[in-house]
Each structure stands twice: as structure tokens, then as C-alpha cells.
Write a protein that binds this ligand. Structure first.
Ligand SMILES: NC(=O)c1ccc[n+]([C@@H]2O[C@H](COP(=O)([O-])OP(=O)(O)OC[C@H]3O[C@@H](n4cnc5c(N)ncnc54)[C@H](O)[C@@H]3O)[C@@H](O)[C@H]2O)c1
Ligand SMILES: [Zn+2]
Length: 367
């Protein structure tokens, strides 16, 4: 088992990483307080891993609350269902909630824990690659609103994150690959050696070789931990984690969240941001190609679908713009492993680069 400490000014917590940790009683014992325990999971993950987690909690007799599967259920209704459960079971301030599942379960459960009695203890047991390398660490919790993703939420750090790498065995390839987009992101924005390691281990990773998985999760969490420790509430450097995300979010919105998984949209977004950086002369020629090649080897898309509406994408980006007073904030690259925050990109310049990123597979010029 490996441990990474998330060192925040307000508190610190461990991220544990290893095979079979869900049923590790001594591990859970360290972090479960005297009060009642509620496990929140969903209808896909619970049949697979609830028994393992229950055996790890041994004699604690946890209550269980199962929510429906998927992003469409990351709503205030589902969130209030968790709160109702806590009320009915008579949970007090010393209670704890464990999220067992992907990022959806983690975000919604964390937000319920943040609100119940103004905040109770919360633990994460992430079961998707994306949740293990990204969503479970850093304390962002949220639910969606009809008008936008993650519009309602809070910062609420977990007391511990328990990553059982064995849970990845059952994850569909497409979901696994989407998680790899965020993994590649850490290499691109701040860890060139890790990027190179990924290039050298594509085969091991794609065959989910345990040592390779553990290394890549460890290195990803470490990168996220360092960024979050520096900037817990996203006042500065944490924004680098949004590399590829402005374009990614625009694509997700333009395709009504139905065509791409988040990581897939981010993969296209990262290539687009790299291309913009390259076209501005910020980074050397070939940087985009190298990133795009690696993402492709992880089964990720790298071009904007040919049928995309440029107007729709532009609108979605403009929406993003309103969020930052100083203009459209983008994360650009000065090289692999070196990202910068940029506030002076012009929408027309961005549209030109996006047009260049339009799917060209049909013309036989796949990057
Ligand atoms: N809080 C943060 O910092 C942060 C960061 C990134 C993403 N997010 C959020 O995370 C969510 C996306 O997370 P996700 O990609 O994990 O999606 P998800 O939670 O929807 O999980 C993807 C699918 O895999 C299933 N699943 C989960 N674990 C499994 C397993 N071990 N085996 C088989 N199937 C399994 C789920 O039931 C679901 O159907 C989004 O809502 C996003 O906003 C939050
Ligand atoms: Zn992301």
C-alpha cells in the first residue's frame, strides 16, 4: 500500500492506494469515528463492491443508500435523498459518510456531507480511474443545475481517500480511457518525466498491468496534491488543472453532454489548447503532435467532430468568458510539462484554431 499526504493549511488527509483496500479493516478503523456510518453508492457499483467495503467496516453496521447511476442523477433530488436518509437514521455531528463509486457518487455524497449539520466527516472510496486520479482528491463537491454542471457545491475535504485499484478490473474501456485523459493532463501541465513515462508504458497501461496502474495513479494524485496544497480554493495555480477544459466544456455543452465522456472532450480540448499555444509560438512545433499521439494511443479522440457547429461552440466559450472578468481565461503551454494562465486570447483566434482541429479523418489526414 502507498500513502500520499494531502497537506492543506486547514487540515491534512491521506490518500491510500493499493489492491484490495476496500476490505482492509485496519485502514478503515483508523478513519471511522464513533458515530453512525452511511455508505452511499449507486446501482452499478454497489452489486460489485459493497460487500467488500462492508467487510472492511466489519462490526460498524453501516447503513446503505443507493442512488441511480449516472450524471443525469447528480441533482438536488438525489442530494436531498441522502440528507433524508441521514435524518431518518438519526445521524449526528459525529456521523460519517462514505462515497463508494465514480465521480458522480463522490461529488454528490461530498456535497451532502458538507451540508448535513454544516459538515460531517466524509470519506472517499473512488472506483473509476477518473475519480481515483482526479475527482476524489481536492475537496470540490457539487451537484448540477438545469442551467449548468456543478453550479451548486462546496469545498469539503474528505478525511481520507481509499483507492482500491482492484475496482478498475470491472471498468469499461471507454471509461478507463476517459480517465487517462486527466492522467495525461498532469504530465502535460507540470510533469514532463511522467509524460515520457506514459509514452513508454502505453502497452502496460492499456492491458491494466497492476504496477503500471499503481504508478500512474500515484503520480497523478501526487501532482494533484501538490497543486491543491499550493492553492486549495483555486485562487491561482489550481487553474492549471483546467488545461483543455474550456474547449472540453464547450464541446460537451454543444453536444448536449451526450456524445462525449468528460475525459474524451478534455482530450480534444487539450489538443486544441496545445495547437493554440503552438500557433502563437509559445511552444515548439511538434508539441501538439506529441500530445495528440499519446492520447490517441489511449483510445481518445483528438479532433472536433466534423459536424460540430462553430456557432454553438463559440456560444459555449462565450458563456465561459462571462465567468472571468478579465476575459477568456485559457491554460496554454510553453512546452510539455509547462503550462501558463493566459487571459488575452481573442475569440476569433480560438475559433480559427478550433476550425483547424475539426475532424479530418474523412479526408484521410488523421493526426
Ligand atoms: N470534484 C472534482 O474535483 C471533480 C473532478 C473531475 C470530475 N468530477 C465529476 O466527476 C463526475 C464524473 O466521474 P466519473 O467519470 O467517475 O463518472 P461516473 O461516476 O458516472 O462513473 C462512470 C460510470 O462507471 C460506473 N462505475 C463506477 N465504478 C465502476 C467500476 N469499478 N466498475 C464498473 N463500473 C463502474 C458508474 O456507475 C458509471 O456508470 C462528473 O460529475 C464530474 O463533474 C469532479
Ligand atoms: Zn476534468
Amino acid at each position: 500500500m502507498q500513502t500520499i499526504k494531502i497537506d492543506l493549511a486547514s487540515n491534512a488527509y491521506p490518500v491510500y492506494l493499493g489492491q484490495g483496500l476496500l476490505s482492509d479493516q485496519s485502514l478503515w478503523q483508523r478513519h471511522i469515528g464513533a458515530g453512525k456510518t452511511l455508505i452511499v453508492s449507486n446501482e452499478v457499483v454497489a452489486p460489485l463492491y459493497l460487500d467488500a467495503l462492508k467487510s472492511g467496516l466489519n462490526d460498524r453496521n453501516p447503513e446503505v443508500h443507493i442512488i441511480p447511476d449516472g450524471e443525469p442523477f447528480k441533482t438536488s433530488e438525489t442530494w436531498s435523498g441522502i440528507l433524508d436518509k441521514l435524518v431518518v437514521m438519526g445521524a449526528r455531528r459525529d456521523a460519517q459518510v462514505i462515497a463508494l463509486g465514480g465521480g458522480v457518487v463522490g461529488d454528490i455524497t461530498g456535497f451532502a456531507a458538507a451540508c448535513y449539520m454544516r459538515g460531517i466527516r466524509f470519506l472517499q472510496a473512488p472506483t473509476t480511474l477518473l475519480a481515483q486520479v482526479d475527482a476524489s482528491v481536492g475537496g470540490k463537491t457539487a451537484i448540477n443545475h438545469q442551467k449548468g454542471k456543478n453550479l451548486i457545491g462546496a469545498f469539503h475535504q474528505p478525511a481520507a481517500v481509499v483507492i482500491d485499484t482492484a475496482t478498475l478490473d470491472s471498468l469499461e474501456a471507454r471509461e478507463f480511457n476517459a480517465g487517462m485523459a486527466e492522467v495525461v493532463k498532469y504530465g502535460v501541465i507540470r510533469d514532463p518525466l511522467f509524460f515520457q513515462w506514459l509514452e513508454e508504458h502505453v502497452v502496460d497501461i492499456n492491458s491494466r498491468e497492476v504496477a503500471a496502474l499503481e504508478h500512474l495513479i500515484y503520480q497523478s494524485v501526487l501532482n494533484k496534491a501538490e497543486i491543491v496544497a499550493e492553492d486549495e480554493k483555486e485562487a491561482g495555480v489550481r487553474a492549471l488543472l483546467n488545461f483543455g477544459h474550456s474547449f472540453g466544456h464547450a464541446l460537451e455543452a454543444e453536444t448536449r453532454y451526450s456524445k462525449f465522456l468528460h475525459g474524451e472532450a478534455v482530450a480534444i480540448g487539450m489538443v486544441t489548447a496545445a495547437r493554440l499555444s503552438e500557433s502563437r509560438g509559445l511552444c515548439s512545433q511538434g508539441t501538439t503532435g506529441r500530445i495528440s499521439k499519446l492520447l490517441t494511443r489511449f483510445g481518445l479522440p483528438v479532433t472536433i467532430p466534423a459536424e460540430s457547429s462553430m456557432e454553438g461552440l463559440r456560444d459555449a466559450l462565450d458563456l465561459d468568458k462571462k465567468a472571468v472578468a478579465s476575459g477568456l481565461r485559457l491554460i496554454l503551454l510553453t512546452g510539455i510539462g509547462k503550462a501558463i494562465i493566459n487571459d488575452d486570447s481573442h475569440p476569433d483566434e480560438i475559433i480559427a484554431v478550433m476550425k483547424h482541429s475539426l475532424g479530418r479523418e474523412r479526408a484521410g489526414t488523421k493526426e
